[in-house]
Design a protein around this ligand. Structure first.
Ligand code: DC
Length: 217
């Protein structure tokens, strides 16, 4: 049986940073499921489809074939064969993914890709519904969170470090809006799985969170 670790939580909680470090320490592959939803969002954006039009999204997402590869341990997302990693991390794609990922047709499209990856590899997979829906047998399951203020501040600092001049209040509002969308959708809402360990990283360093998770593995 492969090792499968699930790490779920709201936007900006630091899941990917932490999961990458745990993956390195424990020799696992890191599976970023948000990137898969972002790839479908990118496809919908490129088509010009309204992400709020559920029927159109359900119809159009069928044209998006998302696959995953690894280069030097880094996950590469292919959209219909094109490496789209460079286009996935924008606010526009993230906000669109939060909307389109609520669509059952979109979720069905990548559900089996996630399960196959977990069946074939020792992995740490992060997302919103990994412990609750995708990998119910994952062990351990982590629910990683932090206050919206702390998450917004981390995002703000990241953008400043890139030379941008972001608006803190706007970032915080976006984060809170995404939390609401991700937690209140009908299908696979973001919830803490009953058997998940809650880690609130608001007052923890990255190393402290990584150590806390490694201690559970
Ligand atoms: O983790 P992220 O910010 O890259 O995710 C982008 C969006 O994708 C997020 O707002 C909700 C959705 N998502 C999801 O519904 N289920 C997952 N397992 C991962 C992400």
């Amino acid at each position: 049986m492969p090792i499968n670790i699930a790490i779920d939580g709201p936007a900006g909680a630091g899941k990917s940073t932490i999961a990458k470090l745990v993956a390195k320490k424990k020799n696992l592959i890191y599976v970023d499921t948000g990137a898969m939803y972002r790839a479908i969002a990118l496809y919908i954006l490129r088509l010009g489809t309204d992400p709020e039009d559920a029927e159109a999204v359900a119809r159009d997402c069928k044209g998006a074939n998302v696959t995953i590869g690894y280069e030097d341990g880094v996950q590469i997302v292919y959209l219909n064969g094109e490496n789209v990693n460079a286009y996935l991390r924008t606010e526009e794609v993230g906000n669109t993914a939060s909307k389109t990922s609520a669509n059952p047709a979109v979720r069905a499209q990548i559900f089996s890709l996630q399960q196959e990856l977990a069946k074939e590899n020792d992995c740490i997979m992060d997302g919103r519904d990994i412990g609750s829906v995708v990998l119910p047998n994952a062990k351990p399951k982590i629910y990683l969170t932090a206050s919206s203020g702390v998450r917004a501040k981390r995002r703000y600092d990241e953008l400043v470090a890139k030379g941008e001049t972001p608006d803190f209040d706007r970032i915080r509002t976006d984060i809170e809006q995404r939390d609401y969308q991700d937690m209140h959708r009908e299908i696979s809402p973001l919830v803490k799985a009953e058997d998940a360990t809650l880690i609130d990283s608001s007052d923890m360093s990255i190393d402290e969170v990584v150590d806390a998770i490694c201690a559970l593995v």
